[in-house]
Design a protein around this ligand. Structure first.
Ligand code: 6R9
Length: 635
């Protein structure tokens, strides 16, 4: 199998070198060839890294939905754009063609326009993974409104803080949502949120569960009757390259969430280019990213990237364990999925189950499998490779962030030899650099440091909504002239990158820098261990000592916990050295995670330190009860 766009490792290096030597020429060509524009740009890029001001494709005019929908109508009108897989196996999937998507988006845009939404207005979308979520986002983009999707699992106060920050005048939600065997009362949550949101004029409600909801006269409207009578034509607005496309909130290490602002042309070019190359996309593929559209991964790689390429993208409403732990494998078989993109946390959860769940399904349609969201540990990588990819599908371990808009470091399938736990090499146009704490660039290989990016790329977020100063301070001040990712990375002897985790996850024990990820990796190799998280806590002699929170596999009968503690420390000792041994190991049922599956180390750190006074913002936590349980079990 070849990759059509970059066809060999020497070709990658050739393209890479060219892209770095002349990034303007590189992106100019990509933008020129792959898209439709109302008006060409007068300048490819203009930037000031000190002031954090970045513009791509200056003065170009376009509409992203013309690129994602209209231009495919002539050649692929009947091709499926979206396959919607409902939560319940008994409900039929929907196959939405490009033509039908066009009609749905136009109708929705007309509904929004009738409600008074205008170009530049912010619209918050609080919907489950149903087609109307994709349709609403595209409708906003078509009319020039700025969408801000709020993951439909956030609490009313989390919604209110986001809605108020971007001063949205409309919220689109549904009556309820299905997740596994649960039905969630979304409208009730929105009602509570809106009490705290003075800018909201209207709430547009999509019917999904048919559950009883309260409709406030003059404020709340059902979508259905408005949609039925809306016209199926809507001329897309002519947008400037730098007009805002969407705001997406991401949590900061301190303070309120940051509303990352992405603009139109650069984001479109970057997500389309990276999608095609990283997933080796071919015309008849069926691509599936299991993320929720409420996160950046869903924005870029369920919606915009795939649709800009005229691809068929799967949208899944449910959860991996419902009705049984083989749902993912069933869906791959059912729709003959060719590319599968998921997160390490899901892989680890499914690896905990008997492998018969995977083996009983035909996964032979798969060609490329991907990982995103956190470092993938060695054990999970191998399980994914052996059981899902059957050692035939390259794993693309894609490193990127909400702020980067799209994938930055990743293998190119069939081109870059993969290496477990390594995101490998930067994509063309991306210039990673490692910096030491004294702000010097670390050159050469077999080194590690703070991961920064030297030159802007089209997908970079342009600002934090309403707070450019915070944007500049968070990303452009620590290492002047460069974008600071907040992650640490190492570069191995061949120049491959491995993301070692957030820089604040580094723990210094007796003067030695220890990354939490490699320690967790070695713990996770123990057959009884499901997952682990390491944090530091103050220690008289060592400065910091290591505290491990470890969850065990259900199947793993553990008779002697002290014995298990010793075995874990032996493993660490073997793979890293005695310095990395844990002083304390607490066995827990599950680890506290954010709704996107990231372990909340901040909270574990507090527990390890014995400081239960203030856990800070817990609004992104999946299950707050887990925290209480761990606190009670503290050693
Ligand atoms: C896309 C997304 C960004 C942070 C990022 C890093 C971690 C993401 C990773 C990874 C190691 C990977 N991260 N992908 N770490 N390997 N392949 O997840 O965006 O939610 O903003 O998170 O996630 O720490 O800085 P976001």
């Amino acid at each position: 199998m070849k990759n059509l766009y970059i066809d060999s490792l020497p070709d990658y290096f050739k393209q890479y070198r060219k892209s770095i030597k002349n990034p303007k020429k590189f992106w100019d060509k990509i933008a020129e060839e792959g898209f439709v524009w109302y008006q060409r740009w007068t300048k490819v890029v203009e930037f000031d890294m000190e002031e954090a001001r970045i513009k791509w494709f200056k003065n170009a005019k376009l509409n992203i939905t013309k690129n994602c929908i209209d231009r495919h109508l002539a050649s692929r009108g009947d091709k499926t754009a979206i396959i919607w897989e409902p939560n319940d196996l008994n409900e039929s999937p929907q196959h939405i063609s490009y033509r039908e998507l066009h009609e749905r988006v136009c109708k929705m845009a007309n509904v929004l326009a009738d409600l008074g939404v205008q170009k530049g207005d912010r619209v918050c979308i609080y919907l489950p993974m149903i087609p109307e979520l994709a349709v609403s986002m595209l409708a906003c983009a078509r009319m020039g409104a700025v969408h801000s999707v709020i993951f439909a699992g956030f609490s009313d106060s989390a919604i209110a803080s986001r809605v108020n920050d971007c001063e949205a005048k409309l919220i689109i939600c549904s009556d309820g949502s299905y997740r596994g065997n649960k039905t969630i009362d979304l409208k009730g949550i929105v009602d509570k949120a809106v009490e705290k949101c003075p800018t909201v004029e209207k709430v547009l409600v999509v019917k999904r569960t048919g559950s009883e909801v309260n409709m406030t006269e003059g404020r709340d409207l059902w979508l259905e009757p408005l949609y039925e009578k809306a016209s199926p034509d809507f001329v897309s607005k002519i947008m400037d390259a730098e007009d805002p496309l969407f705001i997406l909130y991401t949590s900061g290490s301190t303070g309120k969430p940051k509303g990352m602002l992405h603009t139109t042309a650069g984001y479109m070019v970057f997500t389309a280019y990276t999608f095609k190359n990283v997933f080796n996309y071919l015309e008849n593929d069926v691509y599936w990213c299991t993320a929720d559209i409420g996160w950046i991964t869903g924005h870029s790689y369920i919606l915009y990237g795939p649709l800009a390429n005229g691809a068929t993208t799967v949208m899944f409403e449910g959860v991996p364990s419902y009705p049984e732990p083989d749902r993912f494998w069933k869906v791959i078989d059912r729709h003959k999925v060719t590319q599968f993109y998921t997160a390490p946390t899901a892989i680890r959860a499914l690896a905990k189950e008997s492998s018969e769940w995977v083996e009983k399904h035909d996964l032979s349609s798969l060609r490329v499998i991907g990982s995103v969201g956190e470092p993938i540990n060695d054990e999970a990588w191998h399980w994914y490779n052996d059981h899902v990819g059957k050692r035939k599908c390259p794993i693309v371990d894609t490193w990127w962030q909400t702020e980067t808009g799209g994938i930055m470091i990743s293998p190119i399938p069939f081109v870059t030899p993969t290496k477990p736990t390594y995101a490998t090499l930067p994509l063309p146009g991306i210039q990673p650099v490692l910096m030491d704490d004294k702000r010097n660039e670390i050159t050469g290989n077999q080194v590690d440091g703070n991961l920064c990016i030297r030159f802007p790329w089209p997908g970079i977020a342009r600002t934090i909504w309403g707070d450019h100063r915070r944007y500049k301070e968070t990303y452009f001040t620590a290492f002047p002239g460069k974008y600071f990712t907040g992650d640490g990375a190492l570069r191995d002897e061949t120049g491959y990158y491995r993301i070692t985790g957030r820089v604040d996850d580094i723990i210094i024990v007796s003067g030695h820098n220890l990354g939490t990820a490699p320690i967790e990796d070695s713990i996770n190799q123990h057959p009884a261990v499901a997952e682990s998280a390491i944090v530091g806590y103050p220690h008289d002699i060592k400065g910091s000592a290591l505290y491990g929170f470890v969850s065990l596999k259900e199947s793993g009968e553990v008779r002697d916990r002290d014995n298990l503690r010793n075995e874990i420390n032996l493993l660490i000792s073997d793979s890293i050295g005695p310095i990395a041994k844990l002083d304390k190991i607490q066995f827990v049922k599950t680890l506290p995670k954010t709704r996107s599956g990231k372990i909340m180390r901040r909270i574990l750190r507090k527990i390890a330190e014995g400081d239960f006074s203030n856990f800070g913002d817990m609004s992104t936590l999946q299950d707050p009860e887990v925290v209480e349980e761990i606190r009670k079990g503290k050693l």
